[in-house]
Design a protein around this ligand. Structure first.
Ligand SMILES: Cc1ncc(COP(=O)(O)O)c(C=O)c1O
Length: 507
């Protein structure tokens, strides 16, 4: 069930004086519990309190994030405890943060999670629990959606049901069908969002042979785009994505040749897009939908909503964004004389802030004038900095802080020194680009950190989107484990690969 709402977060200082002052913060570093002054010895850390107020209508983003140089807990759990129990590197996710982000988008008729951002089955089940539907870009993602409980339905191809508000649970959306994908789509009779004219022909041919006269939606490239990096810009002629905006009439005719009809228009112009570009998409989509005509039952705003990785970006005005799209939908509904469904298809917005990559410090050294801290995670775990020069907030957790032998908090002020110097943060891979603090083009940067020592932890925040899903086995490194924390309880949601797993597939 969709619930509009907001999560108000606070970390309660508990009943004792152990917590002198805590900064309540919803944090892009991944729901990280921060302290601006340090904890004195002795108490169990209080579980973080997250309350969901289902009565408030979702409007804007919540508290602007802030990044503390020192973090001791993640979602209420001591970081050293997580590291001891599950090992490092380790992806951790805060379920409450994901739920909050899903509820932010409740005004849209459908939030369709672009699972490529974070496709662990437990995350998909959580999305489903929040009433979020899903897209898939491959046979593997279809299999994940099915395994998480999303089910295709006959109504997915029934225009009357769709006009009355039925929303397909899974939509295949891509620019191509590889052979496995089209076989899987046909097997499960899934709705398709076509990003190239050839997809229409390939799908149409298979449908015609089976006597299926389905609707298809078109992903249109409006001729412009924007992303946080040129590599995530999915519009304009420099992008391979979507049906070119002048080809719409041809695509409608192609669909009709196969007995199909165009029932929806979709635009996704990039990932990490700025709001001024996103607002322009509505106008472009409206034009195209009018060109297609009254067979259009659904419009999709795509994804692209950005995430405040640096902590100083203004919160996204979700309500304003919804209003822009709702106005487009209403104008189209009045032009067509029937209701039009409004979908949004975010990946990053739903999960980026919920996740962090925990990693252990394994070496600290100087290279000329630069200080380096080398950790046990690399771009095999989190590729975004190496791939896009993407910025992730990084904080330090002193070894042993946040818990004592009995599991209580044992951090002292000595455990939480202020930043002492700037450090380049790099991984263990045999590759110069294996640096978490780099700009686009591979320019290495240094970040202020307290002096790290071997065994301390670094917490790389904002890692919930395009983190684990872009991980690799480079240097024969097994994929690491993932843990989901809900109500203060960490749960392993994917075991780490072993080297034997790696070798098992090789002949
Ligand atoms: C078709 C489509 N929809 C949605 C998304 C999700 O984008 P984001 O994570 O920026 O919301 C993507 C990612 O690029 C995409 O290609």
């Amino acid at each position: 069930m969709r619930r509009a709402g907001d999560v108000s977060r606070r970390w309660e200082a508990g009943t004792s004086a152990e917590y002198k002052r805590m900064t309540p913060t919803t944090n892009v570093a991944g729901s990280l519990q921060t302290r601006t002054s340090c904890v004195t010895r002795g108490s169990h850390s209080p579980p973080r309190a997250s309350t969901v107020d289902a009565s408030t209508t979702a409007s804007t983003n919540t508290t602007p994030p802030s990044v503390s140089p020192i973090l001791t807990h993640f979602a209420g759990v001591p970081i050293p405890q997580l590291a001891a129990e599950f090992g490092t590197p380790l992806y951790v996710y805060d379920a409450a943060m994901i739920r909050q982000r899903a509820r932010d988008l409740a005004p849209f008729d459908v939030t369709r999670f672009a699972q490529k951002a974070c496709s662990n089955l437990s995350i998909l089940r959580l999305m489903r629990d929040e009433g979020v539907l899903v897209d898939a870009v491959s046979a593997g993602e279809i299999a994940r959606a099915l395994a998480a409980g999303y089910a295709p339905s006959e109504k997915d191809h029934d225009d009357a049901a769709i006009a009355a508000g039925h929303h397909p649970a899974i939509v295949y959306t891509a620019d191509v069908f590889d052979r496995a994908a089209i076989d899987t789509v046909i097997e499960h009779d899934l709705p398709v969002n076509c990003g190239s004219p050839d997809m229409i022909d390939q799908y149409g041919e298979r449908c015609q042979a089976l006597g299926r006269r389905h609707g298809v939606t078109l992903r249109i490239n409006p001729g412009f785009g924007h992303g946080h990096s040129q590599k995530t810009n999915t519009g304009g002629e420099g992008s391979k994505h979507g049906v070119w905006h002048t080809e719409v009439a041809d695509c409608v005719a192609r669909a009709e040749r196969w007995g199909l009809r165009v029932t929806g228009v979709h635009m996704h112009i990039g990932s990490g897009t700025d709001m001024s570009h996103l607002h322009k998409v509505g106008e472009a989509l409206e034009r195209i939908a009018l060109e297609v005509g009254s067979s259009v039952l659904t419009i999709s705003a795509g994804g692209g909503l950005s995430t405040p990785y640096r902590g100083d970006e203004p919160p996204i005005d979700v309500a304003g964004y919804y209003n822009t799209w709702n106005a487009v939908r209403e104008r189209l509904a009045s032009a067509f004389g029937h209701a039009v469904n409004l979908e949004i298809e975010p990946g990053r917005y739903l999960v980026a802030e919920s996740g962090a990559l925990l990693t252990e410090v394994r070496a600290v050294k100087k290279q000329g004038t630069l200080n380096y801290v080398l950790v046990d995670a690399g771009f095999n775990n989190l590729a975004r900095p190496a791939m896009y020069g993407a910025y992730h907030p990084v904080s330090m957790c002193p070894a042993g802080s946040g818990q004592d032998k009995e599991g209580g908090s044992s951090a002292t002020t000595a455990d939480c020194p202020p930043p002492t110097a700037d450090f380049v943060i790099a991984g263990p891979l045999c590759e110069s680009g294996d640096v978490f603090t780099q700009k686009d083009g591979g320019i290495v940067e240094a970040r202020p950190l307290p002096q790290p020592t071997i065994g301390d932890y670094l917490v790389i925040g904002g890692a919930g989107a395009y983190g684990y899903t872009m991980a690799s086995n480079y240097n024969s490194k097994p994929l690491c484990a993932e843990v989901l924390i809900e109500n203060g309880q960490p749960r392993l949601i994917r075991r780490a690969q072993t080297v034997d797993d790696l070798l098992a597939a090789e002949l």
